[in-house]
Ligand binder design. Structure first.
Ligand code: ADP
Ligand code: ADP
Ligand code: MG
Length: 443
């Protein structure tokens, strides 16, 4: 593998380029007009403009991206996360051109991309899933009947959903009546598929996920868990590992369940099994993400494993470099997703970044940024501009280090959610590790 095209933008493109270059692999970046001055475009060995700012005209343009890949004779394509990363047609098209798709095979992508099918598969694998429907729900009458049987509150969800979009918690039949058509309509608009299903809504829940990895010889390992319960609108904002909530026994059980899930589908490359965990530490499968996760750096900080490197090794047919008993996690890591957003209204805050200054990276702090001082944040993409990852020997130490670092972080020209991070880091229940997915909404 001598040359890799990165079908993504921003921080994750820079992140992938870094590992490729460290392995002596050349990189090809693609960019829209809005991104032409971003760091990743300069970092790549070569960069190509693929279109206008809207994603439909650039980062989702399969044919344009393939054209660049063919012209550059790349050996592989890394899709990053979001965009085309969980698009099985894209993965197939890449492979049809005899280019390696850095990820699992397209059949697994489409199986896990459909939450109803994924739930069925996990039941067959013996992994606990959230109580709910076995199939898609065609009518409101069936929805009400099922919800009655499961018991309210229930979560109405789009089968093809992602990014926290297309789900609605319903506390009673009236809510469900109101949400049914609108959720279907949103699902159709965002995911091109209006199938919906129902799950029991788990109250005061934690979101705990397990990083897994598989190679083409059938070896599967887990790289421990990440607690992603600090969320806004069902989207992660702060993640940490290890989870301060679960016992050692639950940790063993959840990691084993994730491995079983991956083994059952002969999974290859990096993947994440997401679970929702109730107050009694019972865990239930939520979904599987068949790609590198946004929050993968906290796992890298505690395991000392470069996950992108492993993705490249596995994709080119090599065996996983470590066996399960050689994978250890030490210390505690926290990631903060830095958004260009108004800290009060939570609306995006695009603009020119006049100042972007922070202390140097060191063994405790890592910044994965898509932008630099002087860059402009445009309104076309996700407002996440960087990730701040902090590691300490203990949870308390990483919290103290985070406070220190965030207090010194200066951003001017755009608004960010740094005030929200600091508020969280001073919150009594956060400090105790006692919080659920409703934490930010209740603040
Ligand atoms: P997405 O594909 O959008 O990431 P998920 O199914 O992973 O959707 O759910 C996203 C978040 O929504 C979870 O992390 C959790 O906070 C909340 N959530 C989803 N399903 C449930 C449920 N059944 N009970 C409670 N919370 C849920
Ligand atoms: P994860 O489950 O890995 O945390 P999320 O669903 O929170 O994933 O985040 C993935 C989302 O990130 C996508 O839905 C998309 O909106 C956004 N995204 C995709 N690519 C980028 C990128 N290069 N930079 C910032 N955000 C991105
Ligand atoms: Mg999810």
């Amino acid at each position: 593998m001598r040359k890799v095209l990165i079908a993504n933008r921003g921080e994750i493109a820079s992140r992938i380029i870094k590992t490729c270059h460290s392995l002596g692999i050349e990189t090809v970046a693609v960019y829209s007009d809005a991104d032409k001055d971003l760091p990743y475009v300069k970092h790549a060995s070569k960069s190509y403009r693929i279109g206008e700012p809207p994603v439909m005209k650039s980062y989702l343009q399969v044919n344009k991206i393939l054209e660049v890949a063919i012209q550059e004779k790349v050996d592989a394509i890394h899709p990053g996360y979001g965009f085309l990363s969980e698009n099985s047609d894209f993965a197939k098209a890449v492979e049809n051109h005899k280019i390696i798709f850095i990820g699992p095979n397209p059949d697994i992508i489409s199986l896990m991309g459909d939450k109803v099918k994924a739930r069925k598969t996990m039941i067959d694998a013996g992994v606990p899933v959230v109580p709910g429907s076995q199939n898609g729900i065609p009518s409101i009458d069936e929805a009400c009947e099922l919800a009655e049987r499961i018991g309210y509150p229930v979560m109405l969800k789009a089968s093809g959903g992602g990014g926290g979009i297309g789900m609605q918690c319903c506390y009673n039949e009236d809510d469900l009546q109101k949400a049914f058509q609108s959720t279907k309509a949103r699902a159709k608009m965002y995911f091109g598929n209006d199938d919906v299903f129902i799950e029991k809504y788990i109250s005061n829940a934690r979101h705990i996920e397990v990083q897994i990895f598989g190679d083409m010889e059938g070896n599967i390992v887990h790289l421990y868990e990440r607690d992603c319960s600090i969320q806004r609108r069902n989207q992660k904002v702060i993640e940490e590992t290890p989870s301060p909530f679960i016992s050692t026994k639950t940790r063993d059980k959840i990691c084993e369940a994730a491995k079983r899930a991956a083994q059952f589908v002969n999974y290859t490359n990096a993947g994440t099994i997401e679970f929702i965990v109730d107050e009694e530490e019972n865990f239930y499968f939520l979904e599987m993400n068949t790609r590198l996760q946004v929050e993968h750096p906290i796992t890298e900080m505690t395991t000392n494993i470069d996950l992108v490197k492993w993705q490249l090794l596995v994709a080119r047919g090599e065996r996983l470099p470590l066996k399960q008993d050689e994978i250890n996690a030490t210390g505690h890591a926290i990631e903060f997703r830095l958004y260009a957003e108004d800290p009060v209204s939570f609306l995006p805050s695009p603009g020119k970044i006049e100042k972007f200054s922070y202390c140097d990276e060191n063994q405790y702090v890592r910044i994965d940024s898509g932008y630099e001082e002087g860059s402009t944040v445009t309104p076309f993409y996700d407002p996440m501009i960087a990730k701040i990852i902090v590691k300490g020997k203990t949870r308390n130490e990483s919290i103290q280090l985070s406070k220190q670092f965030l207090n010194e972080f200066e951003v001017k020209g755009i608004k960010t959610n740094i005030p929200l991070f600091l508020k969280t880091l001073n919150d009594e229940s956060f400090l105790r590790g006692d919080y659920s997915t409703g934490f930010l909404a209740n603040k």
